[in-house]
Ligand binder design. Structure first.
Ligand SMILES: C[S@@+](CC[C@H](N)C(=O)[O-])C[C@H]1O[C@@H](n2cnc3c(N)ncnc32)[C@H](O)[C@@H]1O
Length: 281
């Protein structure tokens, strides 16, 4: 059972995902990989982000060992990674607990990849896979569930490919990224299940431009639009404006202030890594 703060942070993450999807109009829901981090965040556009997201998908693909054929894409989102893997000749199944993503996934993979509408913790199958992919989905799971269930669904000699934000600071327990798995806990849980670490790529510096891009758009368009709507309400329905102002101060100001600090919070408490693990036969 996760603490209440975990579920709250997860809901903030889901809200951010929807915002991200609207902003990027991309088949991917991940941060992407910026080959050369740009000098100024204000120069970044959603079109640049889509290029970075494709570079990230290529990086994941390059890490998949040759023997792998059947992949379970855990937390598959709207099917961008799965469609790409299919195009490269892999057999893919997707899993996510969200029916909107299911519809997008089936459409994007043209029905060529089965979709399981389930949380990983509740997933039931007799099938086993050569590789489980967690592309930014480990942050929704407890380390112990991820490790135990991955072992259950992998063939002997199987692999686990995890790319995500991780907490490098276990003391960071409240806030927008506090649902991310503590890296040392994941490492311990996987070792206890017999996994061996094969490769670690720390790409923290290559994902931060995406945080900058989202914040820049949020500040320029999101907050400006919010202020404009507030002014319209102030003119048209003053009592409603007063109520809205109180509600904003009470419930919204703190999460928005914190979101605006996302880059600093990330750099202080988190890292972004791609890790490949092997489960020896
Ligand atoms: C940030 S998105 C990443 C989507 C996709 N893997 C990608 O790289 O574009 C996180 C995904 O994890 C899924 N997810 C959330 N909780 C989950 C759980 N308990 N079990 C499996 N997937 C989960 C979300 O629904 C979403 O599909």
């Amino acid at each position: 059972m996760q603490p209440a703060s975990f579920y709250k942070a997860t809901r903030y993450q889901n809200a951010a995902l929807e915002y991200y999807l609207g902003l990027t109009n991309s088949p991917y829901l991940h941060y992407g990989y910026w080959e050369t981090p740009p000098a100024s965040p204000t120069a970044l556009t959603p079109a640049d982000l889509r290029v970075a997201q494709q570079a990230y998908a290529d990086r994941l693909l390059a890490l998949i060992p040759d023997a792998v054929k059947a992949i379970l894409d855990v937390g598959c989102g709207i099917g961008g990674n799965a469609a790409y893997l299919l195009s490269q000749g892999y057999t893919v199944e997707g899993l996510a607990p969200d029916s909107f993503q299911q519809q997008q996934f089936v459409q994007r993979t043209e029905g060529r990849a089965p979709f399981h509408l389930s949380r990983f913790e509740d997933f039931q199958t007799t099938q086993t896979y050569d590789l489980l992919l967690f592309s930014e989905s480990s942050q929704y799971l407890a380390a112990i569930d991820l490790a135990q269930r991955s072992r259950q669904f992998l063939k002997p000699d199987g692999y686990l490919l995890i790319a995500d934000m991780f907490r490098k600071d276990a003391a960071y327990q409240e806030g927008i990224f506090s649902n991310c798995v503590v890296i040392q806990e994941l490492e311990l849980a996987l070792k206890q299940q017999g996994f061996e670490l094969i490769q670690v790529d720390d790409i923290s510096a290559n994902i931060t431009p995406t945080i900058d891009l989202c914040l820049n758009y949020f500040q320029t368009f999101g907050l400006t639009t919010l202020k404009y709507i507030a002014q319209l309400v102030q003119i048209a329905v003053p009592p409603l404006y007063k109520l809205g102002q109180m509600g904003f101060q009470r419930w919204l100001k703190a999460p928005i202030d914190e979101a605006m600090q996302a880059r600093e919070v990330f750099e202080q408490h988190l890292c972004y890594q791609i890790r490949l693990w092997h489960l020896p036969a």
